[in-house]
Design a protein around this ligand. Structure first.
Ligand code: ADP
Ligand code: MG
Length: 406
């Protein structure tokens, strides 16, 4: 039996109408001869009755401190409700189906509540139901630790459930259904000229996701990559072909852009005598306070790095209390261009700097890896920087993107 995993995100299960669309996709797969294993997110977004954030508000309105173990038990309910509603709706239409929690689906995790990692998946329960001809609907975002406690997988958890299940049950492919036609060259909410990518490599989408594109979670991509399961990103609300994610993709220099807003740049000026020791101390202090750093730049007598604006004040206080000359520049954003084809191609950085300069956009800091160039800009310049780079690399042109060379 050819199994496929189909994951439906929050907006795809939020209303009866959306669930109807989702069911069309499931039934179509079934009619094409596949055994669909469905993974669902909680229904709707904050404010709606069964959305995860609504459940969190419910307990936090009583007392903000809640045990991680119990919080996990609570927030796993959104997906469980969703799985029962969808399985029940399928049955009402005459399609045998069964709803499973993460634990019932054999998903074993560590006990890191709120951000648990999957350690093993026992494919037996799902396979049993598939052999009975049932459509299996699994509650996403959750598992169970070795002592039987319910755990949740953190942000993008349902994506991870889908790809990890796909790898464990050796699915033909994993379909991630959402509210856009596929992976686009840039977040369509920011740039109306965004284009759909027919294909993209695991490595590129993973990097785009790390750099802020929230269309799929990077951890989910890694799970599919290690199991060699192809992913398709598709729209629940259209018949667009979507984006295929595998090891290979069309040749091009730049594939897409991503962004992260709400960042603050911290500068530490070092005038101590033991300058090397001071540098080490700065990073140790940040690590002890569990502040994650990005765009780290170590100069001879200064350090620059970027933190989320949420953590900026805390970082600054720690550094100043330790006697460092530290300053913060709030209101920053990181804009990144990603493309496996930029490796070894000269002139990409020159083009980035030149186009931003022409548009009067000041680049505060840069960093680069083999397939990414990131620029820190002022938040007010972010939308412009995205547009300028999107155009500069020809990503706004639909037809000839394959040749968007230098
Ligand atoms: P779901 O609830 O289905 O998981 P998400 O909101 O997590 O949906 O992800 C879909 C959203 O990701 C889209 O609505 C879009 O705004 C955003 N997004 C960000 N970057 C991209 C991109 N490069 N391509 C497509 N969508 C993107
Ligand atoms: Mg998502």
């Amino acid at each position: 039996m050819k199994i496929i995993v189909q994951k439906f995100g929050g907006t795809s299960v939020a209303t009866a109408e959306a669930r109807h669309k989702a069911m069309e996709k499931i039934i179509r797969a079934k009619n094409e001869g596949f055994a669909p294993v469905v993974v669902v997110s909680a229904m709707g977004r904050k404010g709606q009755p069964y959305a995860t954030d609504t459940l969190i508000d419910l307990v936090k309105s009583i007392d903000k401190e809640i045990e991680p173990r119990e919080l996990d038990l609570l927030i796993s309910c959104g997906e469980i409700i969703s799985s029962v509603v969808l399985a029940h709706s399928l049955k009402a239409k005459g399609y045998p189906a069964v709803a499973l929690t993460g634990a019932q689906a054999g998903i074993l995790t560590d006990d890191n509540h709120g951000n648990a990692q999957i350690v093993n998946i026992d494919p037996t329960p799902i396979k049993k139901y598939v052999e009975e001809g049932k459509i299996v609907v699994v509650a996403g975002f959750q598992g169970c630790s070795s002592n039987g406690d319910v755990t949740t997988l953190g942000r993008g958890g349902s994506d991870t459930t889908a790809t990890a299940l796909g790898a464990a049950i050796k699915a033909e492919f994993v379909e991630i259904y959402t509210d856009v036609d596929g992976v686009m060259t840039v977040d369509p909410r920011l740039e109306p000229e965004a284009n759909i990518l027919k294909d993209i490599t695991y490595k590129e989408i993973c990097e785009m996701a790390y750099q802020g594109a929230k269309v799929i979670h990077p951890r989910a991509v890694e799970a599919a990559m290690s199991g060699h399961v192809p992913i398709k990103i598709k729209n629940t609300f259209s018949d667009a072909e979507g984006t295929l994610i595998t090891d290979r993709a069309a040749a091009r220099v730049i594939t897409g852009l991503a962004h992260i807003a709400d960042l603050s740049q911290i500068k530490v000026v070092l005038n101590e005598e033991a300058i090397q020791m001071a540098k080490v101390r700065v990073f140790k202090l940040m690590a002890e306070a569990k502040i994650s750093l990005d765009l780290i730049n170590v100069g001879s007598d200064s350090l620059h790095f970027v933190v989320s604006s949420e953590q900026a004040q805390k970082a600054l206080n720690i550094l100043q209390e330790a006697g460092f000359d530290a300053r913060v520049r709030a209101g920053c954003a990181k804009v990144s261009i990603i493309g496996a084809g930029m490796e070894g191609v000269p002139g990409v950085m020159a083009k980035v700097m030149e186009s931003l300069d022409k548009a009067g956009i000041n680049v505060l800091q840069t960093s680069d890896s083999d397939i990414t160039i990131s620029c820190l800009v002022k938040e007010e310049d972010m939308a412009d920087a995205i547009k300028v780079l999107h155009n500069a690399f020809g990503l706004n042109q639909q037809s000839d993107r394959e040749e968007n060379s230098e």
